[in-house]
Design a protein around this ligand. Structure first.
Ligand SMILES: [Fe+2]
Ligand SMILES: [Fe+2]
Length: 158
């Protein structure tokens, strides 16, 4: 695991998104009020969607010609699993009995996915790529995030 202080450019952008999503997921599964739960979910869904699309556009292509291509493809597939649970939650009322189970499932899948990205992919990018590339791709990723979700709070200061 690359220490937080040594994450540069795109790795810092991805990590900050992950931290935001992890915090939203924790609120999602503990919030007792169904209306607030829905608001948290709505924010989470838009953040996750923008994050996944920005990763596909800017982060995963870094691994195109690398032995890590299968890991990047696997990560991209995991986005579909996460999107399917998110769609199911979107179609469920936040006071329904199945809501809690689904939100727990979502948290589990997302956290597993983040752990694998922050493991092999971060390690390889940190080891193999120059800081200038990481910074350039970080800017690209922020740009895509801005275009996809201008209303989602952007985390800056990379
Ligand atoms: Fe991802
Ligand atoms: Fe990610």
């Amino acid at each position: 695991m690359v220490p937080y202080g040594r994450l540069e450019g795109v790795l810092r952008v991805v990590k900050r998104d992950h931290q935001r999503v992890v915090a939203l997921l924790a609120s999602l599964v503990t919030q007792a009020d169904p209306i607030l739960r829905w608001e948290i979910f709505d924010d989470l869904r838009r953040t996750l969607n923008a994050h996944a699309r920005a990763e596909r556009a800017a982060f995963y292509p870094l691994f195109d010609s690398d032995r890590l291509l299968p890991s990047a493809l696997k990560a991209d597939d995991e986005h579909s699993v996460i999107a399917a649970i998110t769609d199911e939650l979107a179609a469920t009322r936040p006071f329904a009995a199945s809501w809690y189970e689904l939100s727990k499932q979502l948290r589990e899948q997302v956290e597993l996915h983040f752990a694998s990205e922050e493991g092999a992919l971060f390690e390889a990018a940190h080891t193999l790529l120059p800081a200038t590339t990481l910074r350039r791709v970080g800017d690209q990723m922020l740009q895509v995030r801005r275009e996809l979700a201008p209303d989602v709070t952007l985390l800056t200061g990379i």
